[in-house]
Each structure stands twice: as structure tokens, then as C-alpha cells.
Design a protein around this ligand. Sequence first.
Ligand SMILES: Nc1ncnc2c1ncn2[C@@H]1O[C@H](COP(=O)(O)OP(=O)(O)OP(=O)(O)O)[C@@H](O)[C@H]1O
Ligand SMILES: [Mg+2]
Length: 493
Amino acid sequence: MPSNYIVEMNHISKHFGGVKALENVHLNVVEGEIHALIGENGAGKSTLMKILAGAYTKDEGTIIIDGKEATVFSPRSMIDMGVSVIYQEFMLAPDLTVAENIFIDKLSNSGLMINWKDLKRRAKEQLEKIGFGHISPDKKVGELSVAYQQIVEICKCLAKDSKVLVFDEPTAVLTHSETEKLLELIMRLKKSGVTIVYISHRLEELFAISDKITVLKDGKYVDTVETSCMTKEELVTLMVGREISQLFPERDSEFGEEILKVENLSTADLVKDVSFTLRKGEVLGFSGLVGSGRTETMRAIFGIDRKTSGKITYFNEEVNIKSPKQAIKLGIGLLPEDRKKQGLLLQQSIRINTSLVFQQTDGVINHQKEKKQVVELLAQIATKYGSTEDNVDSLSGGNQQKVALAKWLAIDTKVIILDEPTRGVDVGAKTEIYKIINKLSEQGVGIIIISSEMAEIIGTCDRVIVMREGEIAGELPKDQMSENNMIKLAMGV
Ligand SMILES: Nc1ncnc2c1ncn2[C@@H]1O[C@H](COP(=O)(O)OP(=O)(O)OP(=O)(O)O)[C@@H](O)[C@H]1O
Ligand SMILES: [Mg+2]
């Protein structure tokens, strides 16, 4: 039967050891549409796309691209069939230039002399085509911002004449305005005839750009629906299997004494004269554009980066924190924004990653007790995993984030700094994380949340500090927190 499907994946199954990642899953995408793929953390979205990309082999099922059944499965053969995937974790070579990265496959295949001038010219053309001509083809990719690295990835796919582009959570690493630019670009790509498969946990994005949505749950196919026929609530119910009436659970805001006071903090590179206080049980938000100095401020407080001036008072005593170890001893925790680089030991087990901090503070390790505690901690935030002995990098993106967070719940922290705590986390699990934040706050922990999702700041924080170019641009109490007010401060208007 002829169809206008450009991608037909049917009856796809895949297991990893004992974990059934996919069971009889379907994804049918009409040519020229933007088709969203959604589901909770660990639902199997990335696995399905890695199968489509030829990076993983399926156990069962058929894949038909543009009417031709795929019989050979390798990244090369799937690219030849016209499919490219932009992964959750980029695949760029940081030490090569933009131009080299865009044409990397052609470089390694030709065997002939490389015409560098021509390569640069074509890279420039490709970048201009999608409206990013100002990125220099000569620049090393490792020196670009994450947003620009993503643009290079997109160019790389377009240079391969891909008919189908898959984006696996592209906006998880982007700021508000970068996200808007990317969504615009995706709409333009659609107009030029490219078919898009789009994975995201941010439902507003799906409603803004997608034509259809396929929902997966626990490795199984749930449904494919027209976006325009759905409400956000209906979609969440499909995805989570239950209604989430309240994304942000209520909390009694009761503050105690001041526990942290930062005065005129500066660092060598960015942070200038930052002062603020945090009280017991308070949830303080830090908003601002990426690069505004939020992360850097927290790194200096936590003893990762050196401060050049400033005074930190902790429980009425001046402290000079020189290392994270010292910060942890004092009862300060930090969940870093980049779990891959700083938050997790990827080659180590889930157990080791979760117990990392309480081991450091407990001294003697009792393995039985350790394992029990790890299991309990992970259950608290509904983490999905096979065994505590599995490597943490075998987990889905969102579940890795939960492991990174879980370790701080085990110890007696007085202040906890969460840098983008729900990045890549699904809506159901987000609520679980917000509940934990509330619980910690009710126990009297002072909490700092850095987030680029303004709704998250508004929904969880008692007060927000907005940073701009390394300085505090302003502060908003609860009743004045709005996206508008925050954007104004962040942009300096
Ligand atoms: N290489 C692997 N080895 C073992 N298990 C894996 C591997 N890759 C994925 N899994 C498991 O397969 C399941 C599906 O994972 P997948 O990454 O596809 O989820 P996802 O829907 O993309 O989730 P997220 O929203 O968190 O990114 C998870 O239980 C995960 O732990
Ligand atoms: Mg994923």
C-alpha cells in the first residue's frame, strides 16, 4: 500500500540485558511534518532514535525510509538513506574547526587531497543558508557556545543531504532566546522540505512547532495524535498515565535565621560585586541569561573557583571555602549544571555515584547499609534503573540527573545549590523533584536554584535574583516574579 510516510518504524523491540527498552513500538512520520516524540525519562525515545540512526541494532521490527526497507543497519547506511540524528550528547570533534566538523565524513572518505579553501567556502555557505553566517568556519568547535555547537551539528546533517532530521532534546542546553532561534530555524527547515522528528520534555515547544505527537511509555507505544487536537493536560495524562493536577506543589514559606551571607563577591573572570543572603528554609532563585555569571557565582561559593574578593558568612561566622570538600564538610551541597562533566562518574556504578557524598562524610562504609540507602534514595525520586551495580551512563538522560541529585539527599546539608536541577527531566519526575525541594525547605535547608526555565523559578522560589553580565541586575519578591519582569532585568531594559 503506498503511503506518504517518509519514516515507517513498526514493531520495534530492543532490550539491553534484562532491561526491555522497547517493545513493539511504532513511529510513522509523514513527509514534511514536524513529528514530536515524547515520554517520561527512560521511555525509550533516545533508544528508538539510535536504532533509526543505525547506532543500535533492533531485536525486531521493520524500518522503511521513503518507501525503501532498510536492510543494513549502520550509521553510514542510515545516513545514505537520508536520516541524521542530532543526539542528546553531541558528536562533534572539539579540536577540529567548524568547517572540518561539518564535512567530517567527506574528509575521511575522499582519500584525495583536501581543498581547504573550498571546504571553508562551502561551510560558510551552509551556515549562511540557515542564518548563522556569522559563525566562523575557522573557529575550533570546542571554543563555541553549546548553542553554536548545535548549529554546527545541524549544518553537518544538512551537508549530508538528510531528508529526515532527528533532534533529541535540543533545547535542554539552550537559553530562552537561543531556544526561540532554534525553533524558528526548525520551522524554516520544515518549509524547505526537511522532515523533523523532535524530542523534548518542554510541552510548550511541542505545541509551538509540532504537527503530530507520538507518545511512548515504559518502552511501549501509547498513541500518535494530532497536536492541534490536544490540550497540555491530555498530553501529560497520556505520557504519565495519570493526571498531574499541579506541576508545582504548594509549600509553606517559613523562613528562619540567616544562614548564608555573601558580600561583594568577585572572581577573576566574570563575577562582579555579588551580594545576597539566604535564610533557613528559603528557596532563592537565580535567573539570567547563560553566561550571566550565575553558575560562576555558585562555583566561587562552593570553592571550585577562587574568589578575588568578597566575604562569605555562614551561620554568623566568616568562612574561607577553598575546596568543594571543605564546602561539603560545612554542609553545603552543589548539583552542577553539567552532569556529564561534573555531576557524575559516568564509568562508575549507580551505587557508587549515589553514595559518593555520604561516604565522604560517614567515614566507614557498611556495604549492606549503603546499598539499602541508595535504593531508598533513588526510589524517593522515582529513578528508573535495572540494578544499582549498572554503570550510570547506561541510564536515560533524565535518570542520570536524578542520580546526580539523589546523592545530596543522603547527607545533612544546610545549604544546597541546584544548578538547572530538572534539565532533561520529564514532567512527572519534575514534580517529584519539586516535592523534594519543598521537603528540604520545610526541614530548614536553604536552597538556591539556578534555572533558565522561568516558569520553574516562579513556581518554586520565594524570591529571585536576576544576574546580568556578572552582576546582580535586580531582585524580585514573590509577588513581582513574572517572566516579563525577569526578562527585563536579564536584558537590561
Ligand atoms: N546502552 C544502554 N545500556 C543499557 N541500558 C540502556 C542503554 N541505553 C538505554 N538503556 C535503557 O533503556 C531504557 C530507555 O532509555 P532511553 O535513553 O531510550 O530513554 P529516553 O526516553 O530517551 O529517556 P530521557 O527522557 O531520560 O532521555 C532505559 O531504561 C535505559 O536505562
Ligand atoms: Mg533520551
